[in-house]
Design a protein around this ligand. Structure first.
Ligand SMILES: [Zn+2]
Length: 199
């Protein structure tokens, strides 16, 4: 039998579904929410609801956005002919932190991983090819992570994109091998972008 009132048990059960939240943390969070003001609890509930109802993927680059096209794709001061391909939406902020990149992005939402059954059809590649066909793209920078999967994805994309006749470059491995660019400091990320080589 549960030692908490039913609404509390329900909140704890939902919080436990979050990554990295165990039973103890879920209880601590639930009691924190219970003790917080009515306003704070409503703000939290609304933020959770709106992240699902208002956010979607940019139809051009697959970034998570509340406006379509996203702030990068619709910005006339950014170079729309220079595309940086990343694995996840969170990778964009790593590159933005360098303040050096003025192009746009393309988010794959994953990497090729034959061992886990992830093939090209599971990644958001088709609208990248469409961008090649629609615009005069000067260069595509492959900024997937320097992991086995990230390298395999970069190799696959470079072949595919070169057949479209576009210049393809790969970020330098100033980013440590086996790591995630999300955790690269801005100097390392800047060097990785500067040292990119043509594939
Ligand atoms: Zn976009």
């Amino acid at each position: 039998m549960s030692k908490f009132a039913e609404p509390m048990t329900r909140l704890i059960d939902e919080l436990k579904k979050l990554p990295g939240v165990g039973n103890k943390s879920a209880q601590r969070l639930a009691f924190h929410i219970l003790r917080s003001s009515e306003d704070d609890a409503t703000l939290l509930a609304n933020a959770v609801r709106e992240v699902k109802s208002k956010l979607r993927l940019c139809s051009i680059c697959n970034n998570i956005t509340d406006v379509d096209p996203c702030v990068y794709c619709s910005n006339p001061t950014r170079n729309q002919q220079l595309i940086c391909v990343v694995e996840e939406p969170t990778n964009i902020s790593s590159i933005e932190r360098t303040r050096d990149f003025n192009g746009v992005y393309h988010v794959l939402h994953g990497t090729l991983s034959p061992l886990h059954g992830v093939g090209p059809e599971h990644l958001r590649i088709s609208n990248l090819i469409k961008r090649m066909e629609n615009g005069r793209i000067e260069e595509v920078i492959l900024a997937t992570n320097p992991t086995v999967e990230g390298e395999a994805t970069a190799t696959y994309l470079s072949k595919l994109l070169k057949s479209e006749g576009v210049k393809v470059t790969r970020i330098a491995t100033g980013v440590p091998v086996g790591s995630d660019i999300e955790y690269a400091d801005e100097v390392t990320m800047q060097k990785a972008m500067e040292g990119r080589r043509e594939l």
